[in-house]
Design a binder for this molecule. Structure first.
Ligand code: C2E
Ligand code: CA
Ligand code: CA
Length: 715
């Protein structure tokens, strides 16, 4: 047995999907970090460059400022006048030093390279003088003549040993040049540092390979000095911050994502599980876990389609447990449930992989047996199932014995659609049950119509009554002399949705057999009494079967219905057959008396088919006898019957009974019956059983005829 595979692996697939998501996030984060890092590097280089340029610019600006302020100093005018007079010049230089905060000033005759005057800090005197000499030798100040006056202006930042020197050279007259210096000390650097917003700016001796440095050119070339500072690592710091928070955020996002994905997976898995469960439940019997009817029909349909491509057949086995109700009643429902489950488990091992067992409901099961070659295979399977089922079932130590009845149909022989095959198997099951249960039967095409009808009644009659599938036809009984309608007989019809119109002759007997005749009879009685209201003055005949008549409260029921439908006394005529009188004549007699008492007429139906002793019938209070159609039929063949009919009518009349002849089909019959004194005639010659509306029309036609006949007379 193969059951639809559940779609369970999806949850696992979803858990795998974390990995690519995680890798993707990792890649994105990684490349973001790389890009940011690269940007930070560039920013850093750019910053360095900017800082270096700023330092250089600011230093040269410092030198330039010294130059400008010295150039503007009034002392320069005085110095110009006294340029050759050493003492005076030195006094002026000293005052210049004070005002401009320079530490050394020297006036040099540049033609000769001679010092004319100098002033400054005593300690640095010699050192500075040498320095300035070196400077002049290396510069274009040397050997310049008057024509190039003005060119000698120069400002520079240079190194002097381990000091940074601010140096300005200003021409005085045509032959002299004034050079002032100012050492840039710790204070100066602090000032610059804050001015440039470059932290920790300072001069360090020696060369340095620090990025954040600016080399100050020396005059001699040997000593080295650099200005260094602490790099402003803005980009890197930002990146570090970013990295920190980014990492933090990523971890948070990662955790939240994983949490969310897990949640989603869990709920998806739950939904899938629920769906799978629901679809399993919709397709399986919860008790036995076996597939249900829907699944069975589906699989059967599929297998029927497949038959075209195969040289094998399929069989349907319908199984019905015997005495299952007893198990439930005696041992309780738990025991019943266990038997159902155990039964399923006993049958399963007897099936092939491709076979299917389903529980149709209650104690009914169905098996689809595939790939069979002859009826022997399902027969063997059925017998095996019966044998397995006959072994006792145990529950709490108690041993229960049940049986199983099996009906088998084979496709394509017994049908090529689901409904037909199932119906055939059902008919076979029915036959097996009738033959005594705990056995199997194969569907045979010879199975009688009656068997099928009996089954139909069994299965569907009650539903048909409830669904208003039944209707009444009415057949008139006419006056033999005038052919005018004297009464109508109600005859039940079953309009089956698939089998079409079913005649009562076919299903009444089955309904009696199955005890359904009482419900049916009550329905007919009520409907006939209701319809009678349409035809005032007309008698309505209703057939009552022996079984129904013998019901203890039959008379009360009739009375109740008459009251409920307001039917006048004398308008209901109950047709009984002799069989009613045979079994318990006394009881029948009593009931008949009661019926008479409430104004019900009684007709003896089918007279001539039973004992038919009119003398014997005297005892019973009939109002009418209805001579059976078979009398008329045989009358045609043998003259004897004609005499019989004659005497029956005669005797009936003599006993004060009304006489109706049934089944009148020919004009001869009519004439004969009329001639022998039959009161009423009923038969196709006058009308077939027809719907109530047709009776309306027939009565209307009679009235019209009356009116037509009366009118000329009156004139
Ligand atoms: P029945 O009571 O003898 O009813 C007369 C049957 O003879 C009707 O058959 C009717 O259609 C048929 N018939 C009437 N005239 C002619 C004719 O000229 N020629 C031929 N060949 N047949 C004629 P239907 O309706 O099939 O009923 C068959 C039997 O079923 C009835 O026989 C009656 O015994 C039973 N039946 C019908 N309705 C009911 C009902 O509501 N309750 C019970 N218990 N039995 C019913
Ligand atoms: Ca009848
Ligand atoms: Ca009859």
């Amino acid at each position: 047995m193969k059951i639809v595979p559940p779609r369970a692996q999806k949850g696992q697939g979803a858990s795998l999907s974390i990995v690519p998501i995680f890798l993707l996030v990792l890649c994105v984060m990684g490349s973001m970090v790389l890009v940011a890092n690269r940007a930070a590097d560039r920013q850093h280089e750019y910053e360095l460059d900017r800082e270096r340029r700023q330092v250089a610019q600011t230093l040269s600006f410092e030198a330039e400022r010294l130059m400008t302020s010295v150039s503007r100093d009034e002392a320069l005018g005085e110095l110009f006048q006294v340029q050759r007079q050493r003492e005076q010049a030195e006094r002026i230089l000293a005052s210049l030093n004070r005002r401009q905060a320079t530490d050394f000033a020297i006036l040099i005759n540049r033609m000769e390279g001679e010092v004319v005057a100098e002033a400054g800090d005593a300690e640095s005197f010699d050192q500075r003088r040498n320095f300035i000499r070196q400077f002049i030798e290396g510069s274009r100040l040397r050997g310049l003549d008057a024509t190039t006056l003005g060119i000698g202006r120069e400002a520079r930042i240079v190194q002097d040993g381990v000091n940074v020197i601010n140096l300005a050279a200003v021409p005085i007259g045509r032959n002299h040049v004034l050079i002032v210096t100012r050492a840039l000390g710790a204070n100066g650097f602090r000032r610059l540092s804050s001015m440039l917003a470059i932290p920790n700016l300072r001069a360090v001796p020696g060369t340095t390979n620090v990025e954040t440095s600016y080399a100050i050119p020396s005059l001699g070339g040997t000593e080295q000095l650099a200005i260094v500072w602490s790099p402003s690592r803005f980009a890197a710091d930002t990146l570090a911050d970013l990295a920190f928070y980014g990492l933090f955020a990523s971890i948070a996002i990662g955790i939240v994502s994983i949490f969310l994905i897990k949640r989603m997976q869990a709920s998806t898995a739950a939904i899938l599980k629920r769906e799978a469960k629901a679809s399993h439940e919709a397709r399986h019997d919860p008790l036995s876990g076996l597939p249900n009817r829907a699944v069975f029909c589906e699989r059967l349909a599929e297998n029927i389609e497949d038959l075209v491509n195969r040289d094998t057949n399929i069989a349907v086995l319908l199984l019905d447990l015997d005495k299952f109700k007893d198990v439930n009643d005696t041992y309780g429902h738990a025991a019943g449930d266990k038997v159902i489950v155990d039964f399923g488990n006993r049958v399963k091992p007897l099936l092939k992989q491709t076979d299917l067992i389903a529980r149709l409901g209650g104690d009914e099961f169905a098996i689809l047996q595939t790939g069979i070659h002859s009826h022997l295979e399902p027969s063997r399977l059925a017998q095996a199932i019966i044998d397995a089922t006959n072994k006792p079932f145990t529950m709490d130590g108690a041993q229960m014995r049940i049986g199983v009845t099996v009906g088998i149909s084979i496709s394509p022989d017994d049908g090529t659609d689901v409904a037909t095959i199932l119906r055939a198997a059902d008919t076979a099951l029915y036959r097996a049950k009738n033959e005594g249960r705990n056995r199997f039967a194969l569907y045979e095409h010879r199975m009688t119509e009656a068997e099928r009808i009996r089954k139909l009644v069994d299965d569907e009659l009650l539903r048909a009554i409830e669904n208003d599938e039944l209707t009444l036809a009415y057949q008139p009984q006419v006056h033999a002399d005038t052919a005018r309608i004297a009464s109508v007989e109600a005859l039940v019809r079953w309009r089956h949705p698939t089998h079409g119109l079913i005649a009562p002759g076919v299903f009444i007997a089955a309904a009696e057999e199955r005890g359904l005749i009482v419900a049916l009879g009550e329905w007919v009685m009520r409907r006939a009494c209701q319809d009678a209201a349409r035809w005032p003055g007309l008698r309505v005949g209703v057939n009552v079967s022996a079984l129904q008549f013998r019901q203890a409260n039959f008379v009360q029921d009739v009375h109740r219905i008459m009251r409920e439908t307001n039917l006048e006394t004398g308008r209901l005529e109950i047709e009984l057959t002799e069989s009613v009188l045979v079994e318990d004549a006394d009881q029948a007699e009593a009931a008949m008396m009661e019926l008479r008492a409430i104004g019900v007429k009684l007709a003896l139906d089918d007279f001539g088919t039973g004992y038919s002793s009119l003398i014997y019938l005297r005892r019973f209070a009939f109002d009418k006898i209805k001579i059976d159609k078979s009398f008329l039929d045989s009358m045609e063949a043998t003259g004897e019957s004609a005499i019989l009919v004659h005497s029956v009518v005669h005797l009936g009349r003599a006993l004060g009974l009304e006489v109706t002849a049934e089944g009148v089909e020919t004009e001869e019959q009519r004439r004969f019956l009329q001639a022998v004194g039959c009161h009423y005639l009923q038969g196709f010659l006058f009308s077939r059983p027809v719907p109530a509306e047709t009776i309306d029309q027939l009565l209307a036609a009679e009235r019209a005829e009356d009116a037509g006949r009366n009118a000329p007379n009156a004139a």
